[in-house]
Design a protein around this ligand. Structure first.
Ligand SMILES: Cc1ncc(COP(=O)(O)O)c(C=O)c1O
Length: 336
């Protein structure tokens, strides 16, 4: 393996040694297979290709100062994958198979787990697809579950530096009673144009509004939206956003440091009143926002391009737990 420039990794795909797979056929999951092939042999009429029977997850393994590898709240990713699979009528692997697959994928690619202090982590991508043929909109009779890993730098290349986001009024990523709250590929297909517009105009991400009324903040590209004012951590309640495991964890940490937590609709006008705002997610970690640009208005946060105080405190606390620098009181971390 070549020498890595860990600090300059993108958030992207990098070939590692192995991935792991299991197939569901005739009512059962096959024994986990470890392979070095990056390809799958797929039927051209597979339901994932035609009817979007596809979902995925994203979680990270962190190497601590002690050299040990830690996994953050993987059971939450399992629960979300199971919920997603149910919603689009897919077979979900049992929790034990999911666990075995991610542990095996990490162990088989141990050389790709970035060292402590580089800011890089090992991103783990479980993928579940309908692999059996159907012509006519029906669920597949066969499924393929794959876990691959890739070393990454945080999603927003700025790391923990404030970024600009753009309020997207021309596109929605999900419908009011649609699939926004589960992790299916279709939501990401719908977000490609808005993300492209955002990037071409110098923004880190598109900030979506609620698809029914366009009055409330929904979420931000691949991350939940959070705001802070009056010692209160505020995050949108909406049926069309993905419940974020990072957000859920930060809410607990916010309470722990004496903040109030509110999960409720966040009207656009309220943007004016926030002291700090940010995007949170496994890939994004906590990315502070310095400007939110709307059609006829710009909301500005912070001074001297510095992250706000509360965002910094929450970010440091979460990272310290993930890397094993402080005590894991909530039992979120599993040492492998
Ligand atoms: C649309 C969307 N929102 C929010 C998140 C953040 O969720 P989590 O913190 O569980 O990674 C993600 C990432 O999975 C996402 O894709």
């Amino acid at each position: 393996m070549e020498k890595f420039d860990w600090k300059n990794l993108p958030f992207g795909y990098y070939k590692t040694n192995y991935n792991v797979r299991s197939c569901w056929k005739d009512g059962k999951w096959s024994k986990l297979e470890v392979t070095d092939s990056e390809y799958i042999n797929l039927h051209m009429a597979a339901t994932c290709l035609h009817y979007g029977q596809e979902c995925f997850e994203g979680l990270k393994a962190y190497r601590g100062k002690d050299g040990k590898v830690r996994l953050f709240r993987w059971q939450e990713n399992y629960k979300r994958m199971a919920r997603t699979a149910d919603y689009i009528l897919m077979q979900c692997p049992p929790e034990e198979l999911f666990r075995e697959a991610i542990f095996t994928a990490i162990k088989q690619n141990a050389a790709y787990i970035p060292p402590y202090g580089t800011g890089a982590t090992l991103y783990i991508r479980p993928l579940l697809i309908g692999s059996g043929p159907q012509v006519g909109v029906k669920p597949s009779q066969e499924y393929l579950f794959i876990v691959f890993v890739t070393p990454v730098w945080p999603y927003f290349k700025e790391g923990f530096k404030p970024v600009d986001v753009w309020i997207c009024r021309e596109y929605d990523r999900a419908a009011p009673l649609g699939t926004g709250n589960i992790k299916v590929g279709g939501n990401y297909a719908a977000s490609l144009i808005p993300a492209d517009i955002a990037h071409k105009n110098g923004f880190a991400a598109a900030l979506y509004l609620d698809p029914r009324e366009k009055k409330y903040i929904d979420e931000c590209g691949p991350a939940n939206f959070i705001a802070i004012k009056n010692n209160t951590y505020i995050t949108p309640k909406s049926n069309s956003i993905l419940p974020s495991i990072t957000n859920k964890s930060l809410m607990t940490l916010a309470e722990e440091i004496g903040m109030k937590v509110e999960v409720r609709p966040v009207p656009i006008e309220e943007l004016e009143t926030f002291e700090e705002v940010g995007m949170v997610g496994t890939a994004a970690v906590l990315s502070p926002i310095k400007r939110i640009v709307d059609t006829n208005k710009i909301y500005t946060y912070g001074k001297n391009n510095e992250p706000g105080k509360k965002c910094t405190e929450l970010y440091n606390k979460l990272r310290a737990i993930q890397y094993g620098d402080i005590e894991d009181k909530h039992n979120w971390v599993l040492v492998l």
